[in-house]
Every structure is written in C-alpha cells, then in structure tokens.
Design a protein around this ligand. Structure first.
Ligand SMILES: NC(=O)c1ccc[n+]([C@@H]2O[C@H](COP(=O)([O-])OP(=O)(O)OC[C@H]3O[C@@H](n4cnc5c(N)ncnc54)[C@H](O)[C@@H]3O)[C@@H](O)[C@H]2O)c1
Length: 349
C-alpha cells in the first residue's frame, strides 16, 4: 500500500482543494485538518473525503471563497455564520474565538451555523487543549441514524469530543453517538469490505453486514446513544439555528444542496477552578489509575480514550500515512481531472 509523509499529503490535499476552487488559506486549513485525522488513524475523516469536497466546491454547494462572520458576541457567548464554507474553516475560527473568550471570561461558547462537514470533533477540542484549556466540540450531521426503536433515520452520527492538557501531553476522547461514524461505512463500501453486524440496518430495519445495503445507522448502545445524539443536536444545531435533522443536506447524495450543518465549540479555563497545574496533575492521576487496572480476560491492557490514536500517530509520523489502493486511485483520478501533479515520493507499507 502506498504511503506519504504528513507534509507531502498536506501539500497534495491543499493543491487538490485549490484545484477544485477553494481559496489558498482555506484549502490549507482543510488539508491540515484532514491529514491530522489520517495521522491519528481516523481514516474515515481524512483525505478519503477530498473527492466529495471537490465535487461540492465545483457545484458551489460548498463555498470556495468563504467569509465566515462573527455575527454576535454577548459576554462569553458568540454565534458564527460559516457562509457555507468548509466546516474546518468555521470550526477553527470558532475554536480560536472560544479560546479568546475563555481567556477573558473563564469560559467561551461559540455556536456555528450555515456550515458544512467539519471532519473530526477532536481536531477542535485538541486545539483548545493546546491553549491550556478544556475543549469540547460537537457537530450535527446529515440524517442517517434511526431514533431508538424507529425505522427511518433522522439524526446524524453527531460526534462529541473533549480534550484537556495533562502533565505529559493532551488527553482526548472523540466519538460518534452512533455505533460507528458514517464514513467508516462509506470507506468499507469504497474498499469492498463487509462491516461488522450492529453498525447499520437495511430498509426493513434488519441488521446487515453489507455496507451497500446500509439504509441507516443505529445509535451507540441503544437508547443511551440516542439520548447523546439528541444532546449533540441541541448543542450544535438548535442553539445555532442551523439545519436540524432533515434540514441538513446529505454530503454525498445531495451534492447540490448546501449542508447547513451546525457546530458547538466550548473552551473552559481550569485556572479559576482547581487551577491549571493542579487540573493537569489530577487528570494525569486519573488516567494513570485507569491504566493501572489489571486487564480483563479479552484485553491485553487497559487503554484510555485517545491512546489508540496517539499510538497510531507516533507510528505514522515515523513511517508515513498509508493510503489503501482504492483511495490512492481515487486521489490520483482527482489529480488528473484537476491537473494537479501526483506526489512521486511514495513509500510502501
Ligand atoms: N463530522 C461529522 O459529521 C462526524 C460524524 C461522526 C463522527 N465523526 C468523527 O468520526 C471519528 C470516529 O468516530 P468513532 O465513534 O467511530 O470513533 P471510535 O469508535 O474509533 O473511537 C471512539 C473513542 O473510543 C476510544 N477508544 C477506542 N478504542 C479504545 C480502547 N480500547 N480503550 C479505550 N478507548 C478506546 C477512542 O480513542 C475514541 O476516543 C471521530 O473523530 C468523530 O469526531 C465526525
């Protein structure tokens, strides 16, 4: 399988996005964020999404010259209009504003509307954590998940992420409120793989292992994941006044419809609470305690959330980011279409 180092993949991705009509700075922001997902092994939200972003940019349902606007600031709370640009552009702006507000008020909460798919929720939470704060980010997504007990999809896979500084780095937890993220099902279909039972149901509501037969995804762990998805929908979409459930355009199937996704970004300063240094120390202690629990019969060790991704990132930063053949072929095809050179410094894994 071909591999590329981070910088090469970022440059290629940026060139493809620019080739599809996205202005340079926004293209860089999106490219860096997508490759950050690949570095962490979250390939469902990495460069695999470039072809659909390019299609949306070309038909104009994703604005290639977005001018996101801070519409309102009231105390520690703000609202951003994303101008139907890539979610990453508004997401970074909203995170940075939440950090600024948290520095001033102890907390900053920013809602975003008229946005598009923003990639991984962790990207924004980690950005706030790098500034020494507790970061939380959520987004709603196209209607694909059945409400518990239902036959038709309504909610998105609505992820939630939290990140915070520890004495040795950054902790993060980042998860869809459905059994898996939508793009894991999309990637399986594109790569001709079957999916485990329990990820999705067919049109009759029966579980299926064929990604092409998946009509809807199911909430994580039954009605509790359903509850989490509603929570995320409220924070991301109802508060922001963006598209709710079927008010969100479907990324692939409704190419010409702007998505009107909503995001929520919270930054919280631990300093006025327990104190920043003490917070990091206590969080480090909590994680150590969890990791020290003896492993059960089916696990080699206890990990903490974010640890699997951190391990993959350490490996991929050293060896390169693998791109499955089907994905490489798609990117190569897109390169040809847009007249963008394919990188030649390719490794092999
Ligand atoms: N933009 C969108 O519309 C959208 C929608 C849904 C999901 N997403 C993104 O998709 C990505 C994947 O989501 P997912 O729910 O499939 O992730 P996942 O199931 O792979 O991981 C969820 C969480 O579980 C942790 N984890 C995994 N194995 C573990 C273990 N053995 N011990 C302890 N913790 C462990 C991970 O570190 C992570 O924090 C996320 O980045 C999410 O933000 C985006």
């Amino acid at each position: 399988m071909p591999t590329l180092m981070q910088e090469e993949l970022e440059c290629w991705s940026q060139a493809l996005l620019e080739g599809a009509g996205l202005e340079a700075q926004a293209a860089e922001t999106v490219a860096v964020s997508l490759v950050a997902a690949n570095r962490r092994g979250v390939d469902s939200h990495g460069v695999a999404r470039l072809p659909v972003y390019a299609q949306r940019l070309r038909v104009g349902s994703m604005n290639g010259r977005p001018q996101p606007k801070v519409e309102r600031v009231h105390g520690a709370v703000a609202l951003i209009d994303a101008d139907h640009g890539p979610g990453q552009v508004a997401g970074v702006l909203a995170t940075d504003l939440s950090i600024e507000l948290a520095r001033r008020h102890g907390v900053g909460a920013v809602a975003v509307h008229r946005s598009s798919h923003y990639g991984t929720a962790a990207y924004y939470a980690i950005r706030a954590a790098r500034a020494g704060l507790v970061g939380i980010s959520t987004t709603n997504a196209e209607p694909f998940v059945i409400p518990f007990g239902g036959l038709l999809p309504a909610l998105g896979t609505n992820p939630i992420a939290l990140a915070a500084p520890t004495p040795t780095g950054i902790f993060d937890v980042d998860m869809a409120s459905s059994q898996v993220a939508h793009n894991k099902i999309r990637n399986a279909a594109a790569e001709g793989r079957s999916i485990p039972e329990g990820w999705g149901v067919d049109e009759q509501g029966h579980p299926t292992t064929d990604p092409n037969q998946v009509f809807a995804a199911v909430p994580l762990g039954g009605y509790k994941g359903y509850g989490l998805a509603v929570l995320v929908e409220i924070l991301s979409a109802v508060l922001a006044g963006s598209g709710i459930t079927h008010g969100v355009g479907r990324l692939v199937e409704e190419l010409e419809r702007p998505q009107d996704v909503g995001h929520f970004h919270l930054a919280l300063d631990p300093e006025p609470l327990v104190g920043s240094a003490r917070f990091a120390e206590l969080l480090g202690g909590l994680l150590e305690e969890l990791k020290a629990i003896p492993a059960g019969p089916d696990a080699g060790e206890v990990l903490v959330p974010g640890e699997p991704q951190a391990r993959i990132q350490a490996e991929r930063d050293r060896l390169g980011i693998p791109l499955p053949d089907a994905q490489w072929a798609l990117l190569e095809g897109l390169s040809r279409e847009l007249g963008v050179p394919v990188p030649d410094r390719v490794g092999e894994l």
